[in-house]
Design a protein around this ligand. Structure first.
Ligand code: COA
Length: 341
């Protein structure tokens, strides 16, 4: 039983998918007024994976979801939750198609939109479904083709973002089991929505003559400050709810927005930097997919072991933020899969 009275959500599968195409900083710098040195030193990013034309968010989601199901050892779930900012279409949601392509037609399936915090908002939704008895097993996928929102000629955003997907399977269990997810702390601040936004394409402004309105614009320095503050605060709250001290924490996995943001969060929490695995160098900021991709990276590189006490923290547009905790379970994590459009 969890504090809400129902079963806890226990992590039992993990899978990922990265597109084939890799774009290095040097390749970007050949077409943009930027440099490998600037991007590395200001963000920690060396390269990113980008989807080819014709590949959609659902294509990445299906592959990551299939891997997570395989890793969990079972092909069935009772619900599919898809966290994404880049659905295949404005209408309908993408999750039902992903469920159908995974052979899960008939189960409830819905999208969650919380941008870079999408995985944690989806996690809270999955926990609620399990605690309420609506589902015993939930497939939570975070999939983003964020490059679709980026103006490739804008040097302030093009180097930052990459595409990818990660997925987990959660099953009903007890809070003392390895893999049981603690209370998920979430927050939002819509008064600061303007700090990172795509102006056109929604009901406020369906289309715009201004090309820039269809692409993401952001206030990097303001977001930097908010990201550090919100992720540090949310992590402290999640640790408090788990009854853990900071010294109990083996790993803090933060949303990969900027290597300097991760370092600043660790510093603010007085956590040694070597407890914060990072894969931003290899894949950049993959928005909602960032945390499950980082979990898989940390397992594959031997930085995350069964029994480790882990906190996850994310921050993103909205603004939104969140954090949760878990003890890392025994899990088979397969190699990355490439998308099949
Ligand atoms: N290449 C070279 N120069 C660049 C550049 C690029 N790709 N992008 C910006 N610059 C320039 C700016 O024009 C500015 O020049 P100026 O001093 O002559 O005005 C200078 O570099 C510094 O810009 P600034 O935006 O202050 O840099 P920064 O150190 O804050 O780094 C970010 C910019 C975006 C990397 C950083 O602010 C960040 O990561 N913010 C958080 C972003 C985020 O979290 N976004 C999504 C939420 S998940």
């Amino acid at each position: 039983m969890n504090p809400a009275g129902g079963p806890s959500a226990v992590l039992t599968g993990l899978g990922t998918c990265l597109p084939d195409t890799v774009v290095t900083n040097h390749e970007l710098a050949s077409a943009l007024d930027t440099s490998d040195t600037w991007i590395r030193s200001r963000t920690g990013i060396h390269r990113r994976h980008l989807v080819d034309p014709g590949t959609a968010t659902s294509d990445l989601a299906v592959e990551a979801g299939a891997r997570a199901l395989k890793s969990s050892g079972r092909s069935s779930v009772d619900c599919v939750v898809l966290a994404t900012t880049t659905p295949d279409h404005p209408c309908p949601a993408t999750a039902p198609q992903v469920a159908a392509r995974l052979g899960l037609s008939g189960v409830p399936a819905f999208d969650v939109s919380a941008v870079c915090t999408g995985f944690l908002y989806g996690m809270a939704a999955a926990q609620g479904l399990i605690a309420a008895g609506t589902a015993e097993r939930v497939l939570l996928i975070a999939s983003e083709t964020f490059s679709r929102l980026i103006d490739p000629t804008d040097r302030t955003t093009a180097p930052i973002f990459g595409d990818g997907a990660g997925a987990v399977v959660l099953r009903a269990g007890t809070p003392d089991e390895a893999g049981a997810v603690g209370t998920t702390v979430l927050g939002s601040d819509g008064d600061r929505a303007d700090l990172i936004v795509v102006d056109a394409g929604g009901s406020r402004q369906r289309t715009s003559r201004r090309r820039a309105d269809h692409f993401l614009r952001m206030d990097g320095p303001q977001l930097f400050r908010q990201a550090v503050e919100r992720m540090a605060q949310a992590t402290s709250e999640a640790l408090h709810l788990a009854n853990w001290q900071i010294r109990d924490l083996d790993r803090l996995l933060t949303h990969q927005a900027n290597a300097r943001i991760t370092a600043a969060v660790a510093e603010r929490l007085h956590l040694p930097a070597d407890r914060c695995p990072s894969n931003i160098a290899q894949i950049g900021n993959t928005a909602g997919a960032s945390l499950p991709l980082l979990l898989a990276h940390a397992v594959r590189t031997g930085q995350l072991h069964p029994g480790h006490r882990v906190a996850l923290a994310a921050f993103g547009a909205g603004l939104t933020w969140g954090s949760t905790t878990l003890c890392w379970p025994e899990l088979t994590v397969l190699e990355d899969m490439q998308p099949q459009p």
